[in-house]
Design a protein around this ligand. Structure first.
Ligand code: AMP
Ligand code: MG
Length: 472
């Protein structure tokens, strides 16, 4: 059968400034590493036994109906405004619409240069491609809104980084690729017509209930205020929350220097370029409000009375920390077995986190151990844990099903940094077994899977990953 993707490319129909028409650049020897058949089926993609699958998802052949474009956007990178970013190494093939009307972007990442490549080669190496595949699919299985991975292919040609490395292409699926930075680019250029078109497009695609820019802002804020505590509840650090990596849909996007905490460190930073900890674990809640303030600033020109808009948006943004705090409280309350938290449960949670931070207790395993009440083993200062435990036990006596709640909030498996590194090293040497094994185990992160317990173990001292690098 021939691959069939039911495309309807609404973004490609937007006018000129939004994108550049740009086909992917063919590669030497495409070979498929992975294809996500379940996701393809959800999207209404058929003919996935096509022997040319690798050619399609490496960019050597275009599926019928694709209209490849590179999208324009800008963004604040580490707080500095960069007036033009855009898809420098990604190409949107189009939007698939399944028989139920579900619409998703299908994008190749690492598929060659575009007008926005600046000095980059438009390529990706195998490491970041496999990392994004595993981590984005793991996040999905954890229940976190995220872009997904449809395919990964080797290109059969090297890319030059600090040394030659095998090239690869990731096929990413997203609700859309509209970013805060997409609004910023038109706002900064004073292109109010384009801004208005983008606003209408975004409302139509993601927030049909939104009546005006203030509604849109609120709805995006609500999703982001839910997303970041969700990340934090699994010890996830995004690592590069620039405004171009912040979606209007509320999905997690861009798995570059991301990492999961092993031992709990509230100020954990892994990204080698995040020297000041702007995107540290606990800073994520503040930075998302900063990003939303940039979105608010960008859409002010759409408001009839701009002074009043400033007041209105300021009030909305100022209310965001409380929104995040409420979501954080319910996420972490669930982790200790509490269905609907009371205000003073916050102290119970933070007291545990303080003990964990002090002892560098493994984030994932400590919470998971609460399910069978073996948390004590995770601590050095066991007396301190015991007295916390006594308070906790008396609190959860009032809960009807604490174990069930905890088991659903505390995964046994996360994509641990050292396993990701081992997977990449093996794949560079031509062995994809760990990649496939991680995908399989992480598809059911809340199940015990006793045969896979080595993947739940924290790193040995020699295995600890100290820094992660951008996915270029
Ligand atoms: P990211 O780190 O993925 O958020 O990317 C930031 C910007 O750098 C985006 O505009 C990318 O398209 C661009 N970029 C990253 N890597 C490359 C590359 N290898 N070639 C061209 N552009 C790139
Ligand atoms: Mg990006």
């Amino acid at each position: 059968m021939t691959l069939h993707i039911p495309f309807d490319n609404s973004y490609a129909r937007l006018p000129d400034p939004f994108h550049s028409h740009q086909p992917p650049t063919p590669v030497q020897a495409p070979s498929l590493i992975a294809f996500n058949h379940d996701l393809a089926a959800e999207l209404g993609i058929t003919g996935t036994d096509d022997p040319q699958l690798a050619s399609y998802f490496a960019g050597n052949m275009l599926p019928q109906g694709a209209e490849p474009i590179a999208q324009l956007y800008a963004g604040h990178q580490f707080g500095q405004y960069n007036p033009q970013l855009g898809d420098g190494r990604a190409i949107l093939l189009g939007e698939v619409v399944n028989p139920n009307g579900l619409r998703r972007d299908i994008q190749l990442k690492g598929s060659g240069q575009t007008p926005y490549s600046r000095r980059g080669d438009g390529r990706a190496w195998l490491g970041p491609v496999l990392r994004e595949y595993v981590v984005s699919e793991a996040m999905h299985a954890l229940g976190v809104p995220t872009t997904r991975a449809l395919a990964a292919t080797r290109t059969g040609q090297d890319v030059i980084r600090d040394r030659p490395l095998p090239g690869a292409v990731l096929t990413r699926v997203a609700q859309s690729h509209i970013r805060v930075g997409t609004f910023q680019v038109f706002a900064a250029r004073g292109e109010t017509d384009a801004l208005k078109t983008l606003f209408e497009y975004t409302v139509d695609r993601h927030y049909p209930q939104a009546q005006d820019p203030s509604d849109l802002l609120q709805m995006v804020m609500d999703r982001q205020a839910a997303l970041i505590p969700h990340w934090m509840s699994f010890g996830f650090i995004h690592g590069v929350m620039n405004t171009d990596n912040c979606t209007l849909s509320g999905e997690t996007i861009d798995y570059g220097p991301c990492a999961f905490l092993d031992g709990f460190d509230a100020h954990g930073v892994f990204s080698s370029i995040d020297r000041r900890g702007r995107y540290a674990y606990s800073a994520q809640a503040d930075i998302i409000a900063w990003n939303m303030a940039q979105l608010a600033t960008s859409i002010i020109p759409l408001m009839p009375d701009q002074d009043r808009a400033v007041d209105q948006f300021t009030k909305q943004i100022n209310a965001m920390p409380e929104l995040i705090r409420a979501n954080w409280l319910s996420r972490f309350a669930a982790k200790i077995g509490i269905a609907s938290p009371a205000p003073d449960d916050e102290t119970l949670i933070t007291d545990l986190l303080i003990l964990m931070h002090k002892d560098q207790a493994d984030f994932t395993n400590t919470f998971r151990a609460l399910v069978n009440d073996t948390g004590r083993d995770q601590f050095v200062d066991r007396a301190a844990f015991d007295s916390w435990r006594a308070r906790w036990q008396s609190r959860i006596e009032r809960e009807t099903a604490p174990d069930t709640i905890m088991k659903q909030a505390n995964p046994a498996f996360i994509p641990r940094n050292h396993r990701i590194e081992q997977m990449i090293d093996a794949a560079v040497a031509g062995d994809d077994d760990l990649f496939h094994r991680l995908n399989r185990v992480l598809a059911n992160p809340f199940d015990d899977q006793p045969d896979e317990s080595d993947l739940a173990a924290p790193p040995q001292p020699s295995e600890v990953v100290k820094a992660t690098f951008c996915g270029t």
